[in-house]
Ligand binder design. Structure first.
Ligand SMILES: NC(=O)c1ccc[n+]([C@@H]2O[C@H](COP(=O)([O-])OP(=O)(O)OC[C@H]3O[C@@H](n4cnc5c(N)ncnc54)[C@H](OP(=O)(O)O)[C@@H]3O)[C@@H](O)[C@H]2O)c1
Length: 224
């Protein structure tokens, strides 16, 4: 039995992660932004913590509340996405928002929870990125803020993996596929339970030898 902390666990991939982990008896601490949206998470028997990952002081407060407690696996899942768009339509505010939620938030969550992760047995950090953050795979362009923020998340993870390698950490970035959630939309080919089963198999099967790598939910290695 392990203790997992999952950000953005009130719906979508985060909630399904909580559901499958609780189903196998693991402890889950799920974060939401709005306590009113934590009903499904509470029904699973998960502990609920409030945090907006775009708010550094809220992340620090989460770190304070977690002080002295061990976390085995952190899943940086919370994210925002909207696709399409041409360069003429970009705004500074939108670009900053993507960076704040999808890239800066996750690394600040790691910073805040590092003592808890050091106290855990698995020392694993899995950040949910996207194939859209792959420069090598970018064949259609657009989605500037989303693509750039996920590429930044990938690079933050690469440095994190190197820094924590000596302590036996496994730091991964994982693509969940195109998943039927609010973000993925109804046309997405991958049901959320299938994506999450794959993600959990990759996380459970990972060891420090693969720290810093970028994997698909089926375990395939992805191009940067
Ligand atoms: N679905 C896909 O096809 C797909 C593909 C590639 C990657 N991903 C990645 O997978 C992750 C989960 O996506 P999803 O499909 O489950 O999306 P989703 O259904 O839109 O859920 C997004 C989750 O992130 C939370 N969130 C958003 N902004 C936040 C903030 N500022 N602070 C804290 N939580 C915040 C949301 O909470 P609220 O309910 O409070 O808004 C929600 O729980 C994301 O990182 C996404 O980029 C998804």
């Amino acid at each position: 039995m392990a203790t997992w902390l999952i950000t953005g666990a009130g719906r979508g991939i985060g909630l399904e992660l909580a559901r499958q982990l609780r189903g196998r008896g693991d402890d889950v601490i799920g974060t939401v932004r709005d306590a009113d949206k934590a009903g499904a998470l509470r029904e699973l028997g998960a502990r609920v913590e409030l945090v907006d990952v775009a708010d550094p002081s809220a992340i620090d407060a989460l770190g304070e509340r977690m002080r002295g407690q061990a976390i085995d696996v952190l899943v940086n899942n919370a994210g925002i996405g909207r696709f399409g768009g041409a360069v003429k339509d970009l705004t500074s505010e939108e670009l900053h928002r993507y960076m704040a939620v999808n890239a800066i938030g996750p690394i600040l969550v790691v910073r805040a929870l590092l003592p808890c992760l050091r106290a855990g047995e698995r020392r694993t950090i899995a950040s949910i990125t996207s194939l859209m953050g792959s420069i090598a795979d970018n064949g259609s362009g657009g989605a500037y803020g989303y693509r750039a923020s996920k590429a930044a998340l990938n690079m933050l993870n690469a440095s994190l993996a190197l820094e924590l390698r000596g302590e036996g950490f496994t730091c991964l970035v994982l693509n969940p596929g195109w998943v039927k959630t609010d973000m993925g939309g109804a046309r997405a080919p991958t049901p959320v339970d299938v994506s999450v089963r794959g993600l959990l198999a990759v996380i459970d099967g990972a060891s420090p030898e693969v720290t810093g790598r970028f994997f698909d939910h089926d375990g395939k290695s992805l191009p940067w």
